[in-house]
Design a protein around this ligand. Structure first.
Ligand SMILES: NC(=O)c1ccc[n+]([C@@H]2O[C@H](COP(=O)([O-])OP(=O)(O)OC[C@H]3O[C@@H](n4cnc5c(N)ncnc54)[C@H](OP(=O)(O)O)[C@@H]3O)[C@@H](O)[C@H]2O)c1
Length: 308
């Protein structure tokens, strides 16, 4: 069904990874532990060696589940985490934690939660643009202060490399001298507002690991698989809408690494098999032509960001 590296091989920092990885955000307590374990093990069995997580996903539950399912880890497994938020109680289970000391505390949580001596790559999850929480008041923290802490964490060996997330072009340019190896912004076939940031990543040989590649599980974000053009092409070629959306992302830019999330083994297998799909030039042109401006509901629909 899939090759040993779903989607072929991509580069993230010093690591060669399958271009189709896995986003673990949805594997919190809403999913039975046995299901989470099964999905994670199946992903790795099928060649996934890039898993995205954060210590604040369900207050450490997701990290612990990754550890329980996959440790001792395969040598080639690249676990990527993020800092800049913390778990919180209340309707939004997440709060910003942007100060340098917060970034360090989150890395420590990752190290213990995941049971690693070094987190291979950690994204500085900025809060200057949405979707999700944006910084106000004392959470507005200078980029240089944050990067200095990330560099210190890298110098100490607690993290292997630095990525950045939720940023505009100007912030990305300012961050580049820190040695950024990957960028995570919300981006999909239906949301291409960050094309300029993607272009800069291409130019700089930086991995582009878009989040919400399928439109996310949250209401208010258009779902790629539900788009009529996507559905027509999917029916024509005998694929699913999700596969068409993921295959478009892979074809659109060679530095793209996928971290679609799923709690279902069937969806996982489908998403990995998208790496075997080749879209014709005509289909790619039609998909390129889809209106991918501001997502419907963005900024209006209450959005609980990354906590579930
Ligand atoms: N840097 C950041 O600020 C940031 C923010 C948010 C997320 N992330 C990361 O990005 C990853 C991806 O984002 P995401 O998981 O929120 O959104 P996503 O990958 O766009 O979408 C996930 C949703 O799509 C569904 N889905 C997955 N495969 C499917 C398929 N083949 N057919 C139909 N539905 C399918 C899932 O439902 P099922 O479970 O039913 O399959 C889930 O509801 C996260 O897991 C997280 O690691 C990073």
């Amino acid at each position: 069904m899939t090759t040993s590296h779903p989607g072929g091989i991509g580069i993230i920092g010093e690591h060669r990874v399958a271009r189709i990885g896995y986003g673990a955000m949805g594997l919190g307590h809403a999913v039975p532990q046995s299901d989470a374990t099964a999905v994670l093990r199946r992903a790795v069995e099928l060649g996934v060696n890039h898993i995205d997580t954060a210590s604040f996903y369900d207050d450490g539950v997701v990290n612990r589940r990754i550890r329980e399912a996959l440790a001792p880890y395969r040598d080639d497994l690249v676990i990527v985490s993020k800092v800049g938020a913390r778990a919180a109680t209340g309707p939004v289970p997440l709060a910003l934690a942007q100060h340098p000391a917060d970034l360090r505390a989150a890395v420590e949580l990752d190290l213990t939660g995941l049971g690693l001596e070094q987190i291979p790559i950690v994204n500085l999850r900025r809060a200057d643009i949405g979707p999700g929480l944006t910084a106000e008041g004392d959470q507005v923290v200078d980029l240089d202060d944050q990067l200095a802490e990330m560099i210190a964490l890298r110098d100490e060996g607690k993290i292997g490399a630095i990525g950045i997330s939720n940023i505009d072009l100007n912030t990305l340019r300012r961050a580049l001298p820190a040695g950024i190896v990957c960028v995570q912004n919300a981006y999909s076939l239906l949301n291409r507002r960050h094309e300029d940031e993607l272009a800069l990543c291409l130019e700089e040989d930086i991995a582009w690991a878009p989040y919400f590649p399928l439109g996310s599980a949250f209401p208010g974000f258009p779902k790629v698989a539900e788009n009529p053009v996507v559905q027509r092409i999917a029916a024509d070629i005998g694929a699913s809408g999700a596969q068409v959306g993921l295959a478009w992302l892979l074809a659109h830019a060679h530095n793209t690494l996928l971290i679609a999330g799923t709690t279902s083994i069937a969806h996982l297998e489908e998403n990995l098999a998208a790496g075997d799909l080749t879209l014709s030039a005509q289909y790619l042109a039609e998909l390129d032509g889809i209106d991918a401006g501001l997502p419907q509901g963005d900024g209006v629909q209450p959005f609980l960001d990354e906590g579930r």
